[in-house]
Design a protein around this ligand. Structure first.
Ligand code: KIV
Ligand code: ZN
Length: 385
């Protein structure tokens, strides 16, 4: 089974979510939980952005023992020096350098020709190589870069000394077959490509970040970058919990696995949500409140007979106690009877039938019927009889 390295950027791209600002203590708390989750690499921040971010990256660098700690830098010496400073004390430091490569970014943002872009990145990687053994290089907006030029950029990065080349779909523009094809083309055409790891970094503007990351895996990517709960710029990044569970659940298809401790997923998700203030939507895959909740009578009946009828993974796998059967207007008698037993009522068939029809009346008026509602309904019924 091929190992896929997990590069977590919750503390960098995730913190770029509008309205999110983590202090040093909060960064540290999340980083320690990411270490328990077993991520291979933690991008702790962008040290040149502010003295506070530099201090936060340094606190993470000193505390983390079982993951590589990474700092982001533009392709300029002051940024690289800020990462050197921030990663002092790190067990396994790595620099993440980036420079945009797409025609739109070259023309409007950088005002650079292709040659100037190549020269600037080459110079930055060679400067950084004096201080770092591990360097990841990202051609920003690789997703909208001419494929032949992306091959040239990748070859330049390898020659200059990068150890990982990351392919960012910075604006979440590509679909899985296009994104997967980039990896195929790089693998087939770039000299010495086997000397480095290839990484995928996707954004979710069109809702395809996880699918694109998995397409990269199918085409030979060694590393996936993403965040917990999929937080990040605009619509966010690839959700790492989705990638990990997709690879775990469909090992037969992907033939690849992460080394994440899956039982830590729910706890990590809750912590990131609490400290960033970004609420996880109920229907979010894997970690949403409804991801293991069943409302309809047909589904609940199936679940009570055999869980695999309606669950492709178990909540226990990600560290949750159990699935929930939510009582609402679609629920059936089977789940209702189980709920009664659960909350301590042993009723005759006739009593269950009467209570069930009262429950249905109530369920028509409420979105969800709670244990308290059912108790009230039964007590009232018992008093009546
Ligand atoms: O989305 C992006 O292009 C980035 C780079 C800095 C890798 O986050
Ligand atoms: Zn990004």
């Amino acid at each position: 089974m091929r190992k896929i390295y997990i590069f977590d950027t919750t503390l960098r791209d995730g913190e770029q979510s509008p309205g999110v600002n983590l202090n040093m203590q909060e960064k540290l708390e999340i980083a320690l939980q990411l270490e328990r989750l077993g991520v291979d690499r933690i991008e702790a921040g962008f040290p040149a952005a502010s003295p506070g971010d530099l201090a936060g990256v340094n606190a993470v660098a000193r505390a983390i023992k079982n993951a590589s700690v990474i700092g982001l830098a533009r392709s300029r010496e002051q940024d690289i020096d800020a990462v050197r400073e921030a990663l002092k004390g790190a067990q396994d430091p790595c620099l993440h350098l980036f420079l945009a490569s797409s025609p739109i970014h070259r023309k409007y943002k950088l005002k650079m020709s292709k040659e100037q872009m190549l020269e600037t990145a080459d110079k930055a990687i060679r400067y950084a190589k004096k201080y770092f053994d591990k360097i990841e290089f990202s051609p920003e907006d690789a997703g909208r870069t001419e494929l032949d030029f992306l091959c040239e950029v990748t070859a330049m990065a390898i020659r200059a000394g990068a150890t990982v080349v990351n392919i960012p779909d910075t604006v979440g523009y590509l679909n899985p077959s296009e994104f997967g094809n980039i990896f195929k083309v790089l693998k087939e055409n770039v000299q010495d490509i086997e000397k480095i790891q290839l990484s995928a970094h996707c954004h979710d503007d069109l809702g395809m970040a996880t699918a694109n990351a998995l397409a990269a895996v199918l085409n030979g990517a060694d590393q996936i970058e993403g965040t917990i709960n999929g937080i990040g710029e605009r619509a966010g990044n690839t959700s790492l919990e989705e990638v990990a569970m997709a690879l775990e659940t469909r090992q037969d298809f992907f033939q690849a696995k992460t080394s994440l401790v899956l039982g830590e997923i729910a706890r990590t998700s809750r912590l990131v949500s609490k400290l960033t203030g970004m609420v996880v939507p109920g229907n979010k895959a894997i970690v949403g409140a409804n991801a293991f909740a069943h409302e309809s009578g047909i589904h609940q009946d199936g679940m009570l007979k055999e869980k695999t009828t309606y669950e492709i993974m178990s909540p226990e796998m990600i560290g949750l106690k159990e699935s929930t059967l939510v009582l609402g207007k679609h629920s059936g008698r089977h789940a209702f009877r189980e709920k009664l037993i659960d909350i301590g009522y042993e009723l005759s068939d006739e009593q269950v039938n009467t209570a069930f029809s009262k429950f249905k009346d109530l369920a028509d008026k409420k979105k969800e019927v709670s244990d308290e509602d059912i108790r009230a309904l039964i007590e009232e019924k018992l008093i009546e009889t």
